[in-house]
Design a protein around this ligand. Structure first.
Ligand code: SAH
Length: 495
């Protein structure tokens, strides 16, 4: 179990890292570090307060577990490439928020330093090899993106060079030159992505050097990371998160452990090594399930089964078949779980549910349901997985009060709040985000409601409707509409 470092104590321990980031010149254009105006101590306080406000009514919120050094934690770094015609040079960096213009980045205070260095070297080499940046519209050029992934505990380094065309000019010489500059690289992969898409990687990988993947270790288990695999980007804090989840699960050697939304199987595999008698994992993404099965084999785990499918349907079928489990571990995406899933949880009534959440708002919504059906939130532990961003991860341990109470079939009366929403933010959070990213622009509740309405989102209040049908309602101007849509996109409320 990670040491419970109260954020104030943490702030003292972190010394100079507790200060603000040296003002990042790209902050506005990049938009990645929403909390960069705060010291680390203030950020932890902000996240703690958010969790307390949303989750405090369900259980005591323990002090957030922060990082000792909150910088350079991203072990997966991606850069887009384009050509700067004015200065006649290649540029690499991030897309400016809501655009396809590349903002040049050489180093970033939350990205792994080695990864940033490698990307700069690739850009310089590419320039000397006269590679052109790929242009999505004209479909000309070659170099599109570079992805670098680092095994935090193994030190292995994977470089994925993404091009818009399959032909890699001077392939052998380029690889040789790159390895000469960075002998620490353990594998190089060429990925081809010729599509007009926001996805970085295309479907085809060609291994140019090494084994084509890296491995990393988490909580004593080894995991394989291929170019497209999901793997938490902050492995150091992932260990803290998983250790907390395992601690809450309290396995003794006899439990059947259900790992819902299991991704590449990391939590289930660790549970199998920490005493679960049987582990069942379910995940929607078929590639992740394939990785999960291979990860289980790699760790010699035999008492584990992984299934590809929708978690809600899967658990509903399990409940209907009268299956019993002892622990449900659930780690859904930002949208949280579904009414169907939670209803099945209550029907199966396991003594313990451990909920790992990356969005305290949907966690609060789901806790409202579970606690109204006899579950009690015993522990709520926030973990700072993404310093300098507004995101906060939370692990919640629930046990149920009375078995008889839970096994009564649930008839929802007013479960509107559980309607599946793809992400959520309050009006205030939307306003705050817009002010910060659009030069202090102010938008009204009415305008937000109008744009939410346009996208078919639940408005909660009918700001749009006037009692007097003749009354004129102001219409949101286009620049505010664009800002509100950017905010909704940022909060994943619209695609
Ligand atoms: N527990 C994993 C992954 C958590 S991320 C880890 O710690 O690495 C959430 C996962 O839920 C993603 O892998 C996503 O593909 C999966 N997911 C999203 N919707 C789902 C659904 N309806 N049913 C099952 N899995 C789903």
């Amino acid at each position: 179990m990670a040491k419970a470092n109260d954020h104030r104590q943490n702030a003292r321990q972190t010394g100079k890292q507790t200060g603000k980031l040296t003002a990042c010149p790209l902050a506005k254009k990049c938009g990645g570090c929403q909390l960069q105006n705060m010291s680390y101590d203030e950020q932890l306080g902000f996240k703690q307060a958010k969790c307390k406000r949303l989750l405090g009514r369900y259980g005591k919120v323990s002090p957030i577990l922060g990082m000792e050094d909150p910088t350079h934690y991203r072990c997966k770094v991606q850069a887009a490439f384009s050509y700067d015609y004015r200065h006649r040079r290649l540029v690499s960096g991030v897309y400016q928020s809501n655009s396809h213009r590349v903002v040049p980045v050489n180093d970033c205070l939350i990205e792994n330093k080695k990864a940033d260095e490698i990307i700069v070297s690739i850009r310089k080499l590419a320039q000397s090899f006269k590679f052109q940046a790929y242009d999505e519209d004209s479909k000309r050029g070659f170099l599109r993106h570079v992805q670098v992934r680092i095994g935090y505990n193994t030190g292995e380094v994977m470089v994925v060079i993404v091009s818009g065309k399959p032909m890699f000019p001077s392939k052998k010489n380029f690889v040789k030159a790159l390895l000469k500059e960075h002998p620490e690289i353990t594998t190089i992969v060429h990925n081809v992505n010729p599509y007009h898409t926001n996805l970085v990687l295309g479907p085809k990988n060609d291994v140019l050097y090494g084994k084509g993947y890296i491995e990393d270790e988490l909580c004593g288990c080894t995991f394989r990371i291929s170019p497209g695999s999901f793997y938490q980007i902050n492995p150091q804090q992932t260990e803290v998160l998983y250790n907390t989840a395992m601690d809450f699960a309290g396995l003794t050697g006899n439990e059947t452990f259900f790992d819902a939304y299991c991704g590449t199987g990391t939590i289930g595999i660790i549970a199998a090594t920490k005493g679960a008698k049987r582990v069942i994992g379910v995940e929607l993404n078929k590639t992740a399930v394939r990785d999960a099965k291979s990860n289980a084999r790699r760790n010699n785990i035999e008492n584990i089964e992984f299934y590809a499918g929708d978690a809600s349907r899967f658990i509903t079928d399990m409940a209907a078949a009268g299956e019993k489990v002892d622990v449900i571990m659930m780690d859904p995406p930002r949208a949280g779980s579904t009414e169907e899933f939670l209803t099945a949880v209550c029907k199966m009534a396991p003594p313990k549910v451990v909920y790992v959440s990356c969005n305290p708002e949907t966690l609060a919504r789901d806790l409202k349901f579970l606690t109204s059906k006899g579950y009690i939130a015993q522990k709520v532990q926030p973990v700072d997985m993404f310093p300098y961003t507004e995101h906060v991860e939370t692990v919640c341990c629930l046990y149920h009060q009375k078995k008889e109470f839970i096994s009564v079939p649930y008839e929802p009366k007013n479960a509107d709040y559980l309607k599946r929403i793809p992400g959520s933010a309050t009006y205030d959070e939307i306003k705050e985000w817009i002010q910060k990213h659009y030069n202090g622009m102010k938008v009204s509740n009415l305008y937000i409601a109008q744009i939410k309405d346009k996208h078919g989102l639940d408005k909660r209040e009918n700001y749009n409707i006037s009692k007097n049908p003749e009354a004129k309602v102001p219409v949101c101007p286009p620049e505010k509409e664009q800002a509100i849509e950017a905010a909704l996109r940022h909060f994943r409320m619209i695609p």
